[in-house]
Design a protein around this ligand. Structure first.
Ligand code: HEC
Ligand code: HEC
Ligand code: HEC
Ligand code: HEC
Length: 272
């Protein structure tokens, strides 16, 4: 078996097996019923840098991806330093990430009513009722690659993070603990980091009282009324793969917000 990246006439994906430079390396073969890939790009964290992290594949003969399947090659979501899916120590003084919702633990009831909106599939809630708040999931930014219906709820599994879906989503929940689905395998594990925003109106109960300042957002109903929400057209969000910047209402349309860089509240809320 030859998985090396420096042989002649090989495909682009194999060229990404950067650590394998000779035939017979990068895998474990034990008898006729055990074969695992150990150092191949396809089972890596996808960073595609000089030193990516590799995972051992399941056994080619009868092995399987189970449970938190999506974490069996890369983390779910990627956790390494220098990306923004999840940032353990953000400059805002706490962990931050692109999961669940905008300020989902801090959406207040507002308008002289005290307290925080909770989580439920009905009513005026920060997360759980898609009629007023959209869930941020893999599909939000990797539309067409990951499906929108069976949303992965294994993100941050086994951690004490506030983003660990499994701390609320159990086997018998309305939205159970479940692995997501790849809907276009041609874009997944193709050697490129494919980003595409979901063609949706993104909704949130994070509503600033001064609506006019929140660039890109439209208010449906009155500030903080039970059935009101703010929404933004995610179709017009733009990702620049060269500069790794995103121009989107989620960042109050502030420019130069770079993937992997640290943020302050004012990065988005300038003048607010
Ligand atoms: C807010 C948008 C957003 C969401 C939500 C999101 N991603 Fe990403 N993801 C990105 C961007 C942007 C990149 C490209 C980064 C780059 O080019 O360096 C990326 C790249 C990746 C990569 C390539 C490897 C890497 O680390 O760069 C993987 C794997 C990945 N995402 C998995 C996921 C999974 C799994 C989820 C859901 C749990 C998810 N993403 C949710 C924006 C997002
Ligand atoms: C603090 C508790 C809590 C956490 C943490 C949490 N959820 Fe939920 N979520 C709920 C509740 C409550 C509901 C409503 C009941 C249901 O559908 O299970 C819900 C509903 C949902 C729904 C269905 C409604 C919709 O928006 O489409 C999805 C999808 C979802 N959650 C995804 C996630 C994902 C992904 C994570 C982790 C990144 C997560 N949730 C983390 C409590 C939580
Ligand atoms: C066999 C290993 C493997 C498994 C299992 C896996 N991924 Fe990936 N994934 C990768 C690699 C490698 C990349 C790097 C980007 C590329 O080459 O396409 C990636 C990239 C991604 C990306 C970034 C978009 C892109 O470019 O493809 C998303 C989103 C993603 N994976 C989601 C998932 C989800 C959701 C699951 C579970 C249903 C999953 N992955 C399971 C290997 C895997
Ligand atoms: C990545 C961009 C971003 C960052 C960083 C950010 N916010 Fe926000 N914030 C938003 C968006 C988008 C909204 C929704 C705007 C709207 O529709 O009115 C929002 C809404 C709010 C709201 C209204 C919440 C509610 O209860 O309805 C408050 C308060 C707020 N942000 C405070 C902060 C503070 C404090 C920080 C720093 C710890 C911060 N934000 C960092 C994007 C951001």
């Amino acid at each position: 078996m030859d998985l090396s990246s420096n042989a002649l006439g090989i495909g682009a994906l194999r060229k990404l097996n950067k650590q394998i430079l000779t035939a017979g390396a990068g895998y474990t073969k034990d008898g006729t019923t055990t074969f695992t890939c150990d150092l191949v790009y396809c089972h890596s964290d996808g960073r595609n840098t000089v030193n990516p992290a590799y995972r051992k594949s399941p056994n080619w003969y009868g092995g399987a991806f189970t449970g938190n399947k999506c974490a069996m090659c890369h983390d779910n979501p990627p956790l390494y330093e220098g990306q923004s899916h999840y940032v353990a120590q953000s400059s805002m003084g706490k962990e931050s990430g692109h999961m669940i919702g905008i300020h989902y633990r801090n959406n207040s009831k507002g308008n002289n009513r005290n307290g925080f909106l909770g989580y439920s599939s009905s009513g005026s809630t920060a997360h759980g009722n898609s009629a007023v708040s959209t869930t941020i999931s893999c599909n939000t930014c990797h539309s067409g690659i990951v499906g929108s219906t069976k949303v992965d709820t294994y993100a941050m599994a086994g951690t004490s993070s506030i983003f660990n879906c499994g701390s609320c989503h159990k086997a018998d929940s309305r939205t159970p603990l479940q692995a997501g689905e790849i809907t276009d395998a041609a874009l997944h594990v193709n050697g490129a980091k494919n980003v595409a925003f979901a063609p949706i109106d993104f909704k949130t109960k994070a509503q600033l009282s001064v609506a006019a300042n929140a660039l890109g957002w439209t208010r449906n109903g009155d500030y903080k009324a039970d059935n009101s929400y703010d929404y933004a057209d995610l179709r017009v969000s733009a990702w620049d793969a060269q500069t790794k910047t995103c121009l989107t209402a989620c960042h109050v349309n502030q420019p130069n917000i770079t993937w992997g860089a640290q943020l302050q509240c004012v990065s988005c809320h300038v003048n607010q």
